[in-house]
Design a protein around this ligand. Structure first.
Ligand code: DON
Length: 575
């Protein structure tokens, strides 16, 4: 007999949970019940906190800190838990970026972005007439880059305090014993069902007879076995041996090209974070192969000389200025950004004061610019990702954005290994002038080359105030990611908002091409009309981003907020 409990969640959403057998997944004291949990949208915590896309994952992160771990332990354990409880974007088969700041001020950037396999080549998605075949770059075996996440987790381990064995155990339990799925998860698994069947060559735990419903238990035995191999053998338990063999066999059953050597040779890379100032705050963000850090640096610097705060939040005046900064920065993204190990990205120039001044020289207040006249600058020189924010008692700050690309990635579940592969190859420029699934364009800088990492928009970001930890922030959302982070920072700094409003107020997005302003449904109607009368094309779209933010308050507490747009949830603890 199954007992069904109805839980009413914060923000009015609800789902049913199956409390059939209550087993906790994390030990003594603060047990986590995977069949009965609640979405918590915000909290002020004096010790440590986590915000992530799923309540169970946030609770796992906090449990590791209670056990004596730090923010890096929490980031590892939360990502592993997300790979189980949030299969749409949490992952072993994807990649990401971790940005950390240790309490002693040391900055850490770990790039575990997927890379193009050795057999990849620049025209691999063109048919014989030279037409782009986006169906191949966006789904199925050929869409996957070499997964980077597991290498990233092990590259983070030296900064953590607990053993990997301990950090992976909650994820193993969640996969092996199962957990109750939310209504949102049930509905997205149902709507992806046909795509899983089409793109996988073996049955998977994500597809079941009939429809998923809220409260059903999702058990993933094969995924648990993969996690156990990692627990026993470290990263070799993923990149070599049984797991690698299963990935390559999956590739051979489809039309994939990832080889045993591709997996064995993959490494995470340390990247120097990008640092700049905005109105006296120090901003730290991710450098290429993310475009995110450069974009937010450009956009914030472009608006810095204007008194944005006095224009008012979401007035036509402030929005128009911010849009024109977005237009110019995104035009540069298409031209100048790619993997810095393969293409010289002119980072310093792009964020220099002189260049920013020149980029805004043709800005006209109250008149829409045009993306046919605003192109990339002149340089003279030789929807599913997931983000988690963590802060601990010592003052370590960690921001991680990780992804399979869109929801459930390539939709290919590795037969016998139980994890989804990414469809990140679509983030390369498949053909100059052909937009990817987020409408982003690119050229030489982001062309496919074996071993190269595809350009990303992921923007894990930290803010310091007078050199002290202030904010950890980031979000999914494809090309809208830098926009969301940019607007969160402006909301905090220029409009003096609290963390909740900074991420949950309506957003707008312009990415150069298409030449339009996309706005969320609750965007101010009057401002929309005024923008239209200035000459902007304004279109409505669904939610922009799912941001997780932690902000240190004057009393030292960590104001932790999860985006209202999903099942995102915070957890934390007091003394
Ligand atoms: O790295 C990138 O920019 C994309 N693969 C991110 C995709 C994403 O955020 C989808 N989420 N909604």
């Amino acid at each position: 007999m199954r007992n069904i409990i109805i839980c009413v969640l914060a923000w009015g959403s609800h789902f049913t949970l199956n409390a059939q057998s209550v087993r906790s997944i994390v030990g003594a004291g603060k047990a986590i019940n995977p069949y009965h949990y609640t979405v918590v949208k915000k909290g002020d915590f004096s010790k440590a906190s986590v915000g992530s896309a799923h309540p169970l994952a946030s609770m796992v992160g906090v449990a590791m800190m209670r056990k004596g771990g730090n923010a890096f332990d929490a980031a590892i354990a939360t990502q592993l838990a997300l790979a189980v409880v949030y299969p749409g974007a949490g992952n072993l088969g994807g990649g990401g970026f971790l940005l950390g700041r240790k309490a002693n001020g040391e900055l850490i950037g770990i790039d575990y972005r997927e890379a193009a396999p050795e057999k990849a080549h620049r025209d691999m998605y063109l048919d014989k007439n030279g037409n782009a075949q986006l169906n191949l770059s966006q789904a199925g075996h050929l869409a996957s880059g070499i997964p980077g996440t597991v290498a990233g987790l092990f590259a983070t381990l030296p900064y953590a305090k607990l053993s990997f064995k301990e950090l992976v155990q909650p994820a193993i339990d969640l996969a092996e014993k199962g957990f109750a799925i939310t209504e949102r998860e049930a509905s997205s698994l149902n709507s992806t069902r046909e795509s899983f069947i089409k793109n996988s060559t073996r049955p998977s735990a994500l597809v079941k007879e009939g429809k998923w419903k809220a409260g059903d238990t999702l058990v993933q035995k094969e995924l648990a076995a993969t996690l156990k191999r990692m627990q026993k053998e470290g990263s070799r338990g993923f990149y070599e041996g049984e797991t690698a063999r299963l990935v390559v066999e999956e590739m051979q059953r489809g039309n994939g090209i990832i080889s045993l050597d591709d997996l064995k040779n993959y490494t995470a890379k340390l990247r120097n974070p990008l640092e700049f100032e905005y109105r006296g705050y120090q901003v730290i963000s991710f450098a290429p192969p993310s475009s995110g850090g450069i974009l937010i640096a450009q956009m914030l610097k472009m608006i810095e000389k204007y008194p944005v705060g006095s224009y008012g939040f979401q007035t036509a005046r402030s929005v128009q200025l911010m849009i024109e900064a977005e237009r110019r920065a995104y035009a540069d993204r298409a031209e100048f950004m790619g993997d810095p190990d393969f293409y010289k990205v002119p980072v310093k120039t792009l964020i220099s004061d002189a260049y920013i001044e020149q980029r805004m020289s043709d800005y006209t207040p109250e008149k829409a610019g045009s993306s046919s006249t605003v192109r990339a600058g002149q340089i003279k020189e030789s929807e599913e990702t997931t983000h988690l924010s963590v802060m601990d008692e010592a003052g370590n700050m960690v921001a991680v954005t990780t992804t399979l690309n869109n929801g459930y990635g390539s939709r290919t579940v590795v037969g016998g290994a139980g994890f989804l592969l990414n469809n990140e190859m679509d983030d390369f420029s498949v053909k100059p002038g052909v937009p990817n699934m987020y409408g982003a364009l690119g050229g030489e800088a982001n062309a496919i080359v074996p071993g190269k990492r595809m350009l990303s928009s992921m923007t894990p970001t930290l803010l310091l105030k007078k050199n002290k930890p202030y904010v950890v922030v980031g979000t999914p959302g494809g090309t809208t990611i830098p926009t969301s982070v940019y607007q969160a920072i402006v909301n905090l700094v220029d409009f003096n908002m609290n963390a909740d409003d900074a991420i949950n107020k309506p957003k707008f997005h312009h990415q150069w091409l298409p030449d339009e302003v996309m706005v969320e449904a609750d965007f101010d109607g009057e401002t929309k009309k005024q923008l239209q009368s200035m000459g902007y094309k304004v279109t409505n779209r669904g939610g922009i981003g799912r941001t997780e933010i932690i902000r240190v308050l004057n009393n030292g507490k960590k104001e932790t907020v999860a985006d209202k747009r999903g099942d995102d949830s915070v957890a934390g603890f007091m003394p």
